[in-house]
Design a protein around this ligand. Structure first.
Ligand code: BGC
Length: 764
């Protein structure tokens, strides 16, 4: 935004603020749901007591279905603009997590595509569709890094890794806010993805190092991208509910990261401070949240009831109230642009198809059973094969199953099919016996992930496994197609299936995407954004776990000592894993300095017989300085397309931002030496090591004079690697506090504007 526009917005915000009564100011901080009586809501909007509305009828909007609300929204907005004293428009917020009418793959699947730019385009299309339905605030993206696979909300985010999640979060914010009519609200700040035992809304104990290295980076990216709004999380961090944490909201988010937009609570989170035991009553809850830095109260009503009194009594300073209202007014003034044009349905569908195709991960392909041969009949087995709603996933408030095909429909006409669309083992056996290949569709219903949808077992249903076993008993080639919103334990399925396709909930074009991969029109190229466990008892399971003291069986391979007596410590499929119908080999990693940056390079060659895409990944491990370090940290990735026999060099440029990682106090620093890897997944052993000399470390921010030495080691893979593996854009730089969002503004001096007018100036 240009300086002039920023000044103009500041001036207009001050002008408005100067005209507002205490009650009107509090009204701007009061966000109400549609659950309430609609005429009372309209009256609240008219009187200036309501400043924004959550377009949801239940606190669990992710599972909601309610159509034709657009006229009501239009009416509410008209009342705010034309019938309220100051004509301040409403923020109309909705959860548009992965598409609006056009449903894109769930965010976790989008992350499996390792293509943040495409996800950003999807966000832009979703925002344009939502804007037609009078939405101007989108409660997305969800930037919570998930560290417990049992957590149901894993579906809404971008997996286990902060770097990958950060790249996606940034693209999504930029995509949503590309139009000047829509605000993004990144959520849920902070550490919600670490709730104990994966139990929703519960607490998180996390060190400074963990908070800053795992949970913070995607939010820092969102702030750097200029997100208008940040939602505070329900959970507590180290015993303090985020909603009441001045340290996190005012200190870290608004202070260190320089966030100048709106902090909104989660649904009724302020009221819930009483239930959490943090507040004595609702007035105390309003005080705590407000002083901690929550600007807008989503749905609890505590601000509406008590904030004016708290300010009048001098408990909450008026300056803090003005700061909160100013934040709201700025966003409202900034987003007064024209609504984006509705996207062409075809264009949105094409983006949904590309994203769905790129998100499919081929976990296993024994004997090359995929792609399906053109001639042989296929037994299509499983109730999920004829379901359509399954592909949309949760948080699809405006998607329609009618616009989606089932896998049975998508395969029909492409292969000769014997259908057994139920999970009955007898029928599965009969169908499989007539076919060259049995394709068994497994997974979980769309509403088994999302808010308050944790899973203790992470398993497929017994019925589905019985059908798979039966199919495997009567057919030599068995393919499992898994449609799920999380990483399930597939150990048992893995014993019976020759090939496994992880297809997530792939959105409105999922079935076509699955059919195109099964039939070989498209080469699978997705890679896991999350580790897939063998057993739920392995959780927490994450590729960046610290290396153990003794040579014990671990994520990275067998050791001299067993981690568990009854299970390997390695995941069934590791982070970054995914096969292709082609094959790729990597040359040794080289490291050289290019100015003050480290340039890591490796060649990647296609050894397959067809053109295909590989996601090349770059990992580092800091070493030394008396600390135990994460085994690996993703620091870059590139999607490359290679023709048969073609070779390319992939290059990753790492500066101090990429090489630094927080110490135990949470302070970012460089470390004495590093190992770095380039390969097709996190288990790659294609490694080099290098050392940072003092001169460079001292001048870490882009100074010259770095000294280094490195050696290369290109060793074969470790024994437990699941199977032969295969493999744009340089990794984004980490964001430091001094980098501010595009929307960062400073308050213009407004002393002369403090005169209260009797006839308000209408600034909207
Ligand atoms: C969820 C948020 C969501 C809000 C509004 C809450 O229950 O935690 O993610 O944005 O509801 O629907």
């Amino acid at each position: 935004m240009h300086m002039e526009q920023t000044c103009d917005i500041e001036l207009r915000a001050e002008t408005l603020l100067a005209q507002m009564t205490l009650e009107e100011k509090v009204g701007q901080l009061n966000q109400q749901p549609l659950t309430n009586d609609i005429s009372a809501l309209e009256q609240g909007v008219r009187s200036g007591a309501v400043g924004s509305v959550v377009l949801a009828y239940t606190p669990f909007a992710g599972r909601e279905h309610r159509r034709d609300q657009t006229a009501q929204r239009e009416r509410l907005q008209r009342i705010a603009r034309e019938e309220s004293r100051l004509g301040i428009p409403l923020l109309l917020g909705r959860d548009v997590l992965h598409g609006h009418h056009t449903v894109f793959p769930i965010p976790l699947a989008q992350a499996a595509a390792w293509d943040p730019a495409l996800a950003g385009r999807a966000a832009e299309l979703a925002a344009a569709e939502a804007a037609q339905d009078h939405v101007n605030l989108i409660f997305a993206p969800m930037a919570d890094v998930c560290r417990d696979l049992r957590w149901g909300r894993v579906v809404e985010g971008y997996g286990e890794d902060p770097f990958l999640s950060g790249r996606y979060t940034r693209s999504a914010v930029e995509g949503f806010q590309r139009s000047t009519a829509i605000s993004a609200c990144v959520k849920h700040f902070l550490a919600y993805g670490g709730v104990e035992g994966g139990r929703d809304y519960s607490g998180v104990d996390a060190s400074q190092r963990q908070l800053r290295s795992v949970y913070l980076p995607p939010f820092a990216q969102a702030v750097a991208a200029g997100t208008d709004c940040v939602m505070a999380a329900f959970n507590d961090v180290n015993g303090v509910p985020v909603t009441a944490s001045a340290e996190l909201l005012t200190g870290l988010l608004k202070g260190e990261l320089g966030f100048s937009g709106i902090v909104v609570s989660d649904w009724n989170a302020i009221g819930q401070l009483v239930a959490q035991g943090a507040a004595e009553d609702r007035r105390d809850a309003a005080r705590l949240a407000f002083l901690a830095g929550v600007d807008v109260d989503m749905c609890s009503g505590c601000y509406a009831e008590h904030l004016a009194g708290l300010v009048r009594d001098g408990v909450c300073p008026e300056a803090r109230l003005d700061d909160a209202v100013r934040r709201v007014l700025r966003v409202k003034l900034r987003r007064q642009g024209l609504r984006p044009a509705p996207p062409a349905r075809k264009e949105a569908a094409a983006a949904a198809l590309e994203l769905a195709q790129k998100s499919i991960v081929l976990l296993k392909n024994r004997g090359g059973v995929l792609p399906l041969s053109p001639g042989g009949p296929v037994a299509l087995i499983g109730a999920a094969a004829r379901q359509r709603r399954i592909h949309l996933g949760s948080w699809t408030l405006d998607g329609r199953a009618e616009r989606t095909a089932s896998i049975a429909q998508a395969l029909r006409g492409r292969r000769e099919i014997v259908l057994s669309c139920c999970d009955d083992p007898q029928r599965a056996r009969r169908a499989a016996a007539q076919a060259e290949t049995a394709v068994v569709v497994l997974g979980e219903p769309w509403d088994h992930t999302g808010e308050a949808r944790g899973s203790a077992a992470l398993s497929l249903s017994e019925g589905q496994l019985a059908a798979l076993r039966a199919a495997a008993g009567s057919c030599r080639r068995v393919v499992a197609v898994v449609c799920a919103g999380r990483a399930l334990c597939l150990s048992e399925a893995e014993q019976y299936a020759d090939a496994i396709l992880c297809c997530w909930h792939g959105g409105v074009q999922a079935a076509q995407a699955i059919a195109s991969v099964l039939c070989g029109d498209v080469c699978p190229s997705g890679k896991l954004p999350i580790s897939m466990p063998r057993h739920v008892g392995q959780i927490p399971l994450c590729y960046s776990q610290r290396t153990a003291a003794r040579n014990i069986d671990s994520y990275y391979g067998p050791g001299d000592i067993a981690s568990y007596l009854d299970c390997s410590a390695a995941p069934l499929y590791p982070f970054g894993w995914g096969l292709s119908y082609a094959a790729f080999s990597y040359g040794p990693v080289s490291a050289r300095w290019s100015g003050d940056r480290l340039c890591l390079e490796a060649s990647v060659r296609s050894t397959g017989a067809r053109t295909a895409q590989e996601v090349c990944q770059c990992y580092i491990q800091p070493r030394g300085a008396g600390r135990a370090h994460p085994a690996r940290l993703l620091r870059g990735f590139q999607r490359v397309e290679l023709a048969p026999g073609e070779e390319r060099t992939v290059r990753f440029i790492l500066g101090p931002e990429e090489l630094s990682a927080p110490d135990e106090t949470g302070r970012d620093r460089l470390w004495p030496s590093y190992a770095a890897w380039i390969g097709g997944d996190c288990l790659t052993t294609n490694q080099t090591v290098f050392r940072i000399k003092d001169g460079w470390a001292a001048n870490a921010r882009g100074q010259k004079g770095c000294a280094r030495e490195h050696e290369n080691s290109h060793r074969p893979r470790q024994a437990h690697h699941p199977e032969r593996h295969s493999g744009q854009g340089q990794g984004r730089r980490r964001v430091f506090p001094q980098q501010r969002g595009a929307g960062h503004t400073r308050r213009a001096g407004g002393g002369q504007l403090s005169v209260r007018r009797r006839h308000p100036l209408r600034l909207f």
